[in-house]
Design a protein around this ligand. Structure first.
Ligand code: B12
Length: 216
């Protein structure tokens, strides 16, 4: 068993794909009382570095897959603590999914998990979800809020199609729901292009926004 070196930051270890050491350090930090969301943020920073190494040709798709696996395992360790800490008082229904053409789901799953921890009823349509499926499901379950996730550039176009299809269906069926988009590259310019109501690049900030929207 490796003993984690305290000089190695969690972000660095994730970026270096040091699976065992990452998991040991996460456990040690949780045992020491560290904030689970802070731990997730640091791992997220490591994931961004993995993406950069992939862009620079230092890592290949296998590196992306490995980083995804490490992150999934970290979330598995951290999730029970987040569930314990959450107040779970809100009630509201949120429809989530990753838009068509995009198979990234780690961030979307985190958003869904944090929403559940805060008492929301989450309907998760999975990944690579066509606009029509979002629209059909929205008419069926009448969500309070819809959350779209997208991590690749190509997903901005399908997010835009999805928002247009959702708005058309909402009008036809007299439904109202704000549309929130999220993902690593999302910003306000993309929100405007896509036609969504809100954007968030952080899952927990997304949950806070959903709480605010329901209060309003
Ligand atoms: C892991 C990973 C993968 C894994 C994904 C595994 C999985 N189950 O999701 C696999 C190997 C499948 C993969 C595949 C590919 N990937 Co990839 N991948 C990544 C990587 C390294 C990390 C993504 C991640 O999970 N991060 C951790 C999570 C927690 O972060 P997150 O998703 O951003 O989510 C956070 C927020 O954005 C937010 N959030 C996310 N969604 C939502 C939604 C709402 C509503 C809200 C409120 C918040 C929210 O909450 C989270 C926490 O705060 C990124 C690098 C990066 N910079 O993101 C590249 C990256 C996204 N991938 C990239 C690429 C190119 C690909 C491939 C095309 C590679 C290939 N040649 O096949 C394919 C795409 C396939 C497809 N059609 O989708 C590029 C995209 C570049 C671009 N401009 O389009 C990136 C940016 C890497 C890079 N720098 O080049 N990838």
């Amino acid at each position: 068993m490796n003993t984690p070196n305290p000089n190695n930051s969690l972000a660095q270890l994730v970026a270096d794909l040091e699976e065992d050491t990452v998991l040991e350090l996460v456990q040690q930090r949780l045992d020491a009382g560290d904030n689970p969301l802070q731990i997730i943020d640091e791992c997220n920073e490591g994931m961004r570095e993995v993406g950069q190494r992939y862009e620079q040709g230092e890592y290949f798709v296998a590196g992306l897959i490995m980083s995804g696996e490490i992150f999934r395992e970290v979330v598995e360790i951290v999730q029970p603590l987040l569930e314990q800490q959450a107040e779970g008082k809100t009630s509201g229904r949120v429809l989530v999914g990753t838009v068509s053409g995009d198979i990234h789901d780690i961030g979307k799953n985190m958003f869904g998990m944090l929403l559940s921890c805060h008492g929301f009823d989450v309907i998760d349509l999975g990944v690579d979800v066509p606009p029509e499926i979002f629209a059909t499901k929205a008419v069926e379950v009448k969500p309070d809020i819809i959350g779209l996730s997208g991590l690749i550039t190509a997903s901005f176009e399908t997010m835009r199609d999805t928002v247009t299809t959702l708005r058309t269906q909402a009008k036809e069926h007299k439904l109202t729901f704000p549309i929130l988009i999220g993902g690593g590259m999302i910003d306000d310019q993309i929100r405007q292009y896509v036609g969504a109501d809100y954007w968030m690049s952080d899952a927990m900030a997304g949950v806070r926004l959903c709480e605010e929207l329901l209060k309003g």
